[in-house]
Design a protein around this ligand. Structure first.
Ligand code: SAM
Length: 275
């Protein structure tokens, strides 16, 4: 069996983990070469790779964007608190490792709705003694619950970086994606930041439609967005240079250990500051 087709998966699903249909956290874990996925996730991942052979490279770029954005936020913007929603199954280096390697007292609250992430959350909680990390199993569509629980760790009178990487393309307009971002950003004080990445809908619309259909067949709603739709998430905020750009083009000078091959990466990314 080739490594590509080998279901290199967790043998025993933790309780509450549904292995009858694919979960986005686990498909993404498979793209990244992790171990916390099941045959049903590999099946969808393989379909997507057959359509978009760069899918695994795109996933790696998404992690690299998180790393560069975190370096910027801690080193240059002085941020010490992060609310990372749609955090995913832990993949080293996780956000708190990057943040706390620069500022040991950084606090990070991770949020994800998937019980698989909860089952593996242990490595998200092994931060520095000076800082704090917490994991909350919550849904971004219930922002009040997130804000209430995160307040046990984060001081909402001081700047917070809200990070929503590769999350919003799983949240539809019907679910109120823009209003959810506005509600969460609205709870943060001046000097806070919003960092996000999102699958593009205007890079190769035909291929993207096929990807949407593949995810739909697996029971997952994928919502690609155009450049202007992604930029709209930052309405009312000051977008940092270079604006909303392809993932690899966001502050490439902050890269550490990235193995780029120059292939196109059809995902947008941006970071903005709240006045
Ligand atoms: C593609 S992964 C991204 C992981 C990580 N943010 C990154 O960029 O590397 C998307 C994550 O969003 C989570 N997610 C999807 N819909 C969500 C929702 N409604 N509420 C909270 N998390 C959600 C999934 O469970 C998954 O872990």
């Amino acid at each position: 069996m080739s490594p590509e087709s080998s279901p290199d998966t967790s043998p025993e699903p933790p309780a509450a983990v549904d292995t009858s249909r694919p979960h986005t956290a686990r498909v993404y874990d498979w793209y990244l070469g992790g171990k916390d996925h099941y045959p049903v996730d590999v099946e969808l991942g393989l379909q997507i790779v057959s359509l978009e052979p760069q899918a695994k490279y795109v996933a790696r770029h998404n992690r690299w964007f998180m790393q560069r954005a975190t370096r910027h936020l801690v080193k240059e913007a002085g941020i010490r608190q992060f609310l990372d929603i749609g955090s995913g199954i832990p993949t080293e280096p996780n956000l708190h490792r990057i943040a706390q390697s620069i500022a040991a007292d950084a606090r990070v609250v991770y949020v994800d709705h998937d019980p698989t992430v909860l089952a593996h959350a242990g490595s998200l909680l092994s931060g520095t003694p000076e800082g704090r990390t917490e994991f909350l199993q919550e849904d971004v569509r219930e922002p009040e619950k997130i804000l209430e629980r995160a307040a046990a760790v984060l001081d909402f009178t001081r700047p917070v970086a809200l990070s929503m990487n590769a999350l919003l393309h799983f949240v539809s307009a019907e679910d109120g994606a823009r209003a959810l971002v506005e509600r969460l950003v609205g709870a943060l004080p001046a000097g806070s930041h919003l960092a996000l990445s999102q699958v593009a809908g205007d890079y190769d619309p035909e291929r993207t439609k096929e990807a949407v259909a593949m995810y739909k067949a697996g029971g997952v709603t994928l919502v690609p967005r155009s450049h202007s739709e992604v930029a709209a998430f930052f309405t009312g905020l000051d977008l940092l240079d270079p604006g909303v750009v392809w993932l690899p083009d966001w502050r490439p000078e902050l890269a550490v250990d990235e193995e780029r091959d120059g292939s196109p990466v059809p995902m947008y990314a941006g970071v903005a500051r709240k006045r």
